[in-house]
Design a protein around this ligand. Sequence first.
Ligand code: FVH
Length: 273
Amino acid sequence: MNIRHERISVLGLGAMGRALASALLEAGREVMVWNRTPGKAGDLVARGAREASSVAEAIGAGGLTVVCLLDDASVRETLAPAAPKLAGATLVNLTSGSVRQARELTTWLDEHGARLLAGGIMAVPPTIGTEGAFILYSGARDLFDRAAPVLAPLGRPHWVGEDPGFAALYDMAALSGMYGMSAGADHALTLVQAEGGDVEAFKREVLQPWMEQMLPFMVPDVGVHEAVPDEFNPAMQATGLENILAASGEAGAPTELGGHLRASLWRMRSAIR
Ligand code: FVH
């Protein structure tokens, strides 16, 4: 197979779908695009993409079909009318969804004679195709081996197993980690502002250097809650978390913003008992 000339169809031209199609065009791939609402393909067509008039036409163009829509329901809604044309097709679903949804879509496509490589994008539209971007894939290894070189311009391909649900599993888990950090930063700024601190100086001079200092320890040292090591001193950490929650109460921060603190407190208290 000539990788450069592998045909790729992209279903979905939202912010992410457009970034994917753009990176593929940039890498010299033959790209066909489709979007539910017309009028989003103009710049891509000007750069050499062909616009399909139907989902079936896009899937029938041969090669890989990358699906990047809002959610699982929109994927099902989009693929259902094209079901009779799916036999022999290879789809790569980069739409966010759950483990169960990925497994069920694999089964449904299999029943229609098509194969699925499930994916999870670890990037945002502006970072697609840049050095840090990577994409999780799960499903049959031979599918991954075929698709990875073709899709490499989107971000480093990383296979996480045969179970089609695993790309979604690792994607959701990694996002949970990211939102945890973001919630922590959000709560921190709320406290500083509520008590009259200089938010910009705090961000620049305290929060960012502190988070940068701790990040290398956070992931390697974290464990599941049953196994908080003694050297973590869970009793000390529980007292510390109670202090932060008390400070949060004094500052009048919304209770919901401290959810990550209560989760950590629960974890430390569980480890003490
Ligand atoms: N953007 C991001 O930062 C994140 C990064 C990580 C991965 N996500 C996931 O990527 C999927 C698409 O996200 P998006 O950013 O492209 O989202 P939108 O710009 O909102 O575009 C949504 C597209 O989905 C189409 N669509 C929605 N509903 C339907 C439907 N019922 N039938 C067919 N297509 C549908 C929509 O079409 P239209 O509104 O233009 O007609 C857009 O093409 C998503 O899973 C993220 O979680 C992105």
